[in-house]
Design a protein around this ligand. Structure first.
Ligand SMILES: Cc1cc2nc3c(=O)[nH]c(=O)nc-3n(C[C@H](O)[C@H](O)[C@H](O)COP(=O)(O)OP(=O)(O)OC[C@H]3O[C@@H](n4cnc5c(N)ncnc54)[C@H](O)[C@@H]3O)c2cc1C
Length: 411
């Protein structure tokens, strides 16, 4: 810290602001967790340092600074479990590498089932996880209560709790710390980070991407990563590339701080809700997603009511707790709730990493690691192959959506 005047302290900048150049080897559109992680690994692992991250607002403006930062690896399909498992294991490694406290709290996640169909869906997820050496187990209702004593496991709730899927390796982080840490790490390895630079057009010669047009003039590049979260489809439309990605608004909120009593993340598909207690003692909760495609980040009264009713129905001890703060962000949803990770979409030098929906925080570093490899070596890493765009043309949907739930798991 450096003194900024009598009696005042000013935090040092986390990364150096360098001048915007007219040309880069790689331009990444989007200063969220995916863009920053890709830039970080490009520079650190592949020695590609002539990289610019262009962010039209500020680092973490998108979903990366608005999410509830829940991480886990017990996805439904093998392809996803593998990716998210590696992602989960990266948090402590990154904390060391970046020399920045990402505040990973490995508290475990309990997902509640309220119907026989949901229990069956959990059996499938647990088996898939265990088959891939990921810790996940099915608990009966009483064991769920032992884990989270404030759960009402009687038949009073509208949807009585029948079982739970417990995933000890999951947890939560601090989303601001993650984007700031990654920006710091990328910049230390030579990446330029430019806030307030909006990409307004993409230049192409033949079928090769050659640069971008921005509010600060044109910038050339050999390779371009589109990692623009909820705005990714809008950016790809600049190339007349139509993607099966729809932005939907998700809201989240926190209560007043309460004494510590909820030591795990708890979620419920039937109630459309998840919750965890932050280090400050607030109950952070989210899940509701506006059903219509839209780009707004407005909060709604309907959501307050829904969240309060849902949470207190199966955790009645929360009745009377006051919500203090609410916010919203965009989720870029694909039809199969799995992302599009591709570098072969008809334009040389164009790489897509988008369509993460609810799952883009937990996957950020691992996706960035492999997208950096893809961009550097121009060959798709095997782990990313299932996520190619052409799966939608070939009806190879990934099955991340559980049929018993409207949108699968939400956290
Ligand atoms: C309320 C809420 C809760 C969530 N909870 C979780 C959770 O618990 N766990 C989880 O894994 N995921 C969660 N998510 C999802 C997760 O936040 C996102 O999937 C993830 O942040 C996407 O990261 P990203 O880097 O792809 O995009 P973003 O973080 O959205 O970053 C994209 C950036 O691109 C910039 N941009 C867009 N267009 C342009 C342009 N033309 N030029 C320059 N810059 C541009 C935007 O300003 C934005 O900053 C949640 C999302 C929300 C909204």
């Amino acid at each position: 810290m450096t003194p900024a005047g009598p009696g005042a302290l000013r935090l040092e900048r986390l990364w150096e602001q360098r001048p915007l150049k007219r040309s880069y080897d790689v331009i990444i559109i989007g200063g969220g967790i995916h863009g920053l992680a890709t830039a970080y690994y490009l520079a650190k692992e592949h020695g590609i340092r002539d990289v610019a991250v262009l962010e039209r607002q500020y680092i973490g403006f998108g979903g990366s600074g608005r999410n509830t930062a829940i991480v886990r690896a017990n996805q439904r399909t093998q392809e996803n479990v593998r990716l998210y498992d590696e992602g989960l294991k990266l948090w402590p490694i990154l904390t060391d590498e970046l020399d920045y406290n990402l505040m990973f709290f490995n508290c475990g996640n309990l997902n509640l089932a309220h119907s026989e169909a949901a229990v069956n869906a959990f059996r499938l997820s647990v088996n898939t996880a265990n088959f891939n050496h990921v810790e996940s187990e099915l608990l009966d209702a009483q064991s769920c209560k032992e884990l989270i004593p404030i759960l009402d496991v009687s038949d009073k709730p509208k949807y009585p709790i029948q079982a739970g899927m417990y995933h000890p390796p999951g947890g939560v982080l601090r989303h601001d710390a993650v984007v700031w840490g990654l920006a710091k790490g990328a910049a230390e390895h030579g990446v330029d980070i430019h806030q307030g630079v909006e990409v307004q057009g993409i230049d192409v010669q033949g079928a090769k991407v050659t640069g971008v047009r921005t509010n600060h003039g044109p910038i050339e590049c050999a390779k371009l990563g589109v990692m623009a979260g909820g705005y990714g489809a809008e950016v790809c439309a600049m190339l007349d590339l139509e993607l099966p990605v729809h932005p939907l608004t998700i809201q989240a909120m926190v209560t007043q701080p309460l004494k510590p009593f909820l030591h795990h993340v708890v979620s419920s598909g039937a109630y459309h809700v998840y919750a965890n207690q932050t280090l400050k003692g607030e109950i952070a909760t989210g899940a509701h997603m506006d059903p219509q495609v839209n780009y707004t980040t407005d909060a709604t009264a309907h959501y307050f009511k829904h969240q309060a009713e849902a949470l207190t129905d199966f955790m009645p001890a929360l009745k009377g707790a006051r919500f203090l703060r609410i916010w919203a962000g965009l989720a870029d949803m694909t039809p199969d709730m799995a992302p599009i990770l591709d570098g072969n979409v008809g334009f040389d030098g164009l790489y897509l990493d988008l369509g993460w929906g609810y799952f883009g925080f937990k996957s950020g570093p691992v996706a960035g690691k492999y997208m950096a490899e893809f961009i550097a070596r121009e060959t798709c890493p095997e782990i990313l192959e299932p996520f190619a765009l052409d799966r939608f043309l070939e009806n190879r949907y990934m099955g991340e959506t559980a049929t018993t739930m409207k949108y699968g798991h939400w956290d």
